[in-house]
Design a protein around this ligand. Structure first.
Ligand code: A3P
Length: 306
């Protein structure tokens, strides 16, 4: 469903497609009551861009490389989703109960920073984040792989309302038009791209960079978060955050979430760069390249597609 929604602190309205079951406008407005401060790092992304991966990496940094802490506290506790509706507590309850995922990390040293994540478009972020009271990390992924991942996600996530039998050919035009949850990929990414430029409180990273050299990315992420790790700790974190390790780790793999139909696919699906080639036809690829060129022109932002 598409709603018109008043942007906080302005008289303007924004279009937005809401997965009504888990996100609602009232909750988003209420986020303005939270004072984000210097000890907070907010991860923002368009869904399926590597949010969960970046969350685990940042959480590891915030926990000073303490892998035991990461393994004994559920990810949704370490890195909460800020706009998740409070009424969605029941989803969490069944999830935890069904999978016996009781966090045991009570005697773990507290994290040095609070990490959370959001998929909100820039204009809907709480004011204290926009004013630079806390750090903001934006994670982006090349839109062709993102679209393929989002296609699978739309078929398996029951709250997004697309049918499981929806085909790629049906999904592709929806993605290009931006008529999906979180709206246009281009608008989401470009607004954050502008926001993060020359902004010492903000940083923009790409999925493909993490894939190519997570060790190198870690160093700059540690600096950004303000918690340096030793080389040994960094090596352990990189190992812990590999796709295979996160896929096998029930604290991070999101297996068993009731709202996901895992017969269609798992949340941790493939974790690769270039899977789009298995889905885009030549015509779709060319049409998308055209759109991409038009929308991204002059932005200075470039992605790697393979
Ligand atoms: P695929 O569907 O292409 O496999 P998000 O967390 O933003 O929803 O993104 C999910 C995507 O990131 C999925 O992509 C998922 O497999 C991938 N992903 C999650 N953890 C990863 C990791 N450690 N390494 C590489 N990709 C990862």
């Amino acid at each position: 469903q598409k709603y018109l929604f008043r942007i906080p602190h302005s008289n303007e309205f924004a279009d937005y497609v809401w997965p009504g079951m888990i996100v609602n406008p009232e909750k988003i407005i209420s986020l303005n009551e939270i004072e984000f401060g210097p000890d907070d790092v907010v991860i923002a992304s368009y869904p399926k861009s590597g949010t969960t991966w970046a969350s685990e990496v940042l959480s590891a940094i915030a926990h000073e490389g303490n892998i035991d802490a990461l393994k004994s506290i559920r990810m949704d506790e370490r890195v909460p989703w800020i706009e998740l509706d409070d009424k969605a507590w029941w989803i969490k309850f069944f999830y935890v109960w069904k999978n016996k995922m009781f966090s045991t990390g009570v005697d773990v040293r507290p994290a040095k920073k609070r990490i959370c994540f959001t998929h909100l478009p820039l204009e809907l972020l709480p004011t204290s984040i926009l004013e630079g009271k806390c750090k903001l990390l934006y994670v982006a992924r090349n839109p062709k792989d993102q679209a393929v991942s989002y296609f699978h996600f739309h078929r398996m996530a029951r709250f997004l309302g697309l049918q499981t039998h929806t085909t790629w050919d049906e999904f592709f035009p929806l993605f290009c038009s931006g008529y999906l949850y979180c709206g246009s990929w281009f608008e989401h990414v470009l607004s954050y791209w502008k926001f993060t430029q020359n902004n010492p409180m903000a940083k923009f990273i790409c999925y493909e960079d993490m894939k190519r050299d997570l060790m190198g990315e870690m160093e700059s992420l540690e600096q950004f978060v303000g918690v340096p790790l030793s080389i040994e700790q960094r090596i352990n974190v990189v190992k812990h955050c590999s796709f295979d390790s996160m896929k096998d780790n029930k604290m991070t793999n999101r297996n068993g979430v009731m709202l996901f139909n895992e017969k269609i696919c798992k949340f941790m699906r493939k974790g690769i760069v270039g899977d789009w080639k298995n889905y885009f036809t030549v015509t779709q690829s060319e049409a998308f390249d055209e759109l991409y060129k038009k929308k991204m022109e002059g932005s200075g932002l470039q992605f790697e597609f393979e």
